[in-house]
Design a protein around this ligand. Structure first.
Ligand code: HAM
Length: 415
């Protein structure tokens, strides 16, 4: 679990704001969900025999003896909230959320125990058009962030019935080849055989290549849905790879699943993942409601932005106000307020706690400010300030207090 330090937080804010703006551009509205839910909710939605529920949840009994869990993901809470508040009666919903999720995984680069997601969920739309909209939205997010090179993988898991049929065939085939399975896969053979296809063990790859393929077991409806989705992506000119072994680690998916992966981040290369979960609302006690969604991992996106050298906006001050002498400090503090009122977009850091000119200029430099404004007793008496560029060799200017907002507005391109 990481602290996000002052030097990092502006990159986070930029990332969150950009993703939020894209979500709003597609008509999605924010929903804010609690960090804690009843443990039962995650068991029933994510699935009892998934890695998350079996070994990664932070679960405890509260003072009433209720078993609660720090949310490992947001989809289950989102469905619970929508059902609880009647948001799905005869209406569609397009929603997004952001915040920390908790999984007790083995920490490594790109994998943390508290990590942050932006999640997007759409309810009440059964067709492949909204699947395409979701994917277009992700592509637009990369575009806005200036991220290149992530690869879109898609697959269809079919209906639960088709998947059950495939599961039977897969288990039968894997049993015939049990000797070649690694320990992890042997354990999964009973509990979650589809996840064997996800194995990263190089020794297992040729076996996985030869195993029965899910697309051969798809029902007609899922097949048509998937091919319509592919058609929409083709039309939009969005490149994708069909990965028949993409199965996802949560149980609630049906039909379309997708992931965006990159080779820039080492082992944890999935930056965004999701899919359709048409059965989940009903399974959690609501009316049958088709749904689809995805979540992005913000730590991974930030790491990718850094690797790609994308310049992120800083939140350092525009101006450092150097104040000296009793009159200079008193008048300067009041002047700073009038300047903030005149220029709401200005980031102005006033020197507090006195100090020589030299030490104040050192602080100004360290703050990252582009300009210093100086008011000592003499300037205070004359009603002027010195404006001194800190990042280039331009001349300093003497400005009357009234002229400062206008001049800064020109120089800094702020209102
Ligand atoms: P997920 O695949 O478990 O799906 O997580 C989505 C994304 O969260 C991953 O692709 C990854 O970027 C990030 N992530 C997951 N675990 C960690 C971790 N330990 N450390 C850092 N980042 C991590 C879900 O959570 C689904 N709720 C997505 C969804 C929404 N499906 C439908 N709607």
């Amino acid at each position: 679990m990481n602290d996000i330090l002052p030097g990092e937080s502006s990159a986070w804010q930029y990332l969150e704001a950009t993703l939020r703006d894209v979500a709003h551009a597609y008509g999605y509205q924010e929903i804010r969900l609690p960090l804690l839910e009843k443990t039962e909710l995650f068991k029933r939605s994510i699935g009892e025999v998934t890695d998350i529920v079996e070994k990664e949840m932070y679960t405890f009994d509260d003072r009433n003896g209720d078993s609660l869990t720090l949310r490992p993901e947001g989809t289950a809470s989102c469905v619970r909230a929508c059902t609880e508040h009647g948001l799905l009666h005869n209406q569609v919903q397009r929603l997004w959320y952001a915040g920390p999720m908790f999984r007790h995984e083995r920490p490594q680069k790109g994998r943390y125990r508290q990590f942050h997601q932006v999640g997007i969920e759409a309810f009440g739309m059964a067709g492949p058009d909204v699947d395409a909209e979701m994917i277009f939205m992700t592509a637009r997010m990369w575009d806005r962030l200036g991220l290149k090179g992530a690869v879109l993988q898609i697959n269809s898991l079919g209906t639960p019935a088709a998947r059950a049929e495939y599961r039977t065939a897969l288990v039968a085939w894997l049993r015939e080849h049990e000797a070649a399975l690694d320990e992890d896969s042997r354990r999964r053979l009973e509990s979650n055989p589809l996840r064997i296809l996800d194995s990263k063990n190089p020794d297992m790859q040729s076996l996985i290549e030869a195993a029965p393929r899910l697309p051969d077991y798809l029902d007609e409806e899922s097949r048509a849905h998937f091919s319509e989705l592919c058609g929409l992506l083709d039309r939009a000119g969005l490149a994708y790879e069909v990965n028949p072994r993409l199965v996802r680690g949560l149980d609630y998916y049906s039909k379309t699943v997708f992931e965006w992966v990159t080779d820039q981040l080492g082992a944890q290369g999935t930056i965004c993942a999701g899919g359709r979960y048409d059965g989940l609302v009903e399974q959690l006690g609501g009316k049958p409601t088709p749904a689809i969604g995805f979540a992005l991992g913000l730590e991974r996106l930030l790491a990718l932005l850094e690797t790609a050298g994308v310049a992120l906006p800083a939140s350092s001050p525009h101006v450092y106000l150097v104040l000296n002498g009793d009159r200079g400090v008193q008048q300067g503090m009041v002047f700073a307020e009038s300047l903030r009122a005149a220029l709401p977009g200005l980031r102005l850091l006033s020197n507090c706690g006195n100090g020589s000119f030299k030490s104040q200029f050192k602080r100004a430099d360290k703050s990252g400010a582009e300009y210093a404004l100086v008011m000592g007793d003499d300037e205070a008496e004359q009603g002027v300030l010195l404006l001194k560029p800190l990042r280039n060799k331009a001349e300093q200017e003497v400005l009357s207090t009234q002229d400062v907002p206008g001049r800064l507005g020109e120089l800094l391109d702020i209102n």
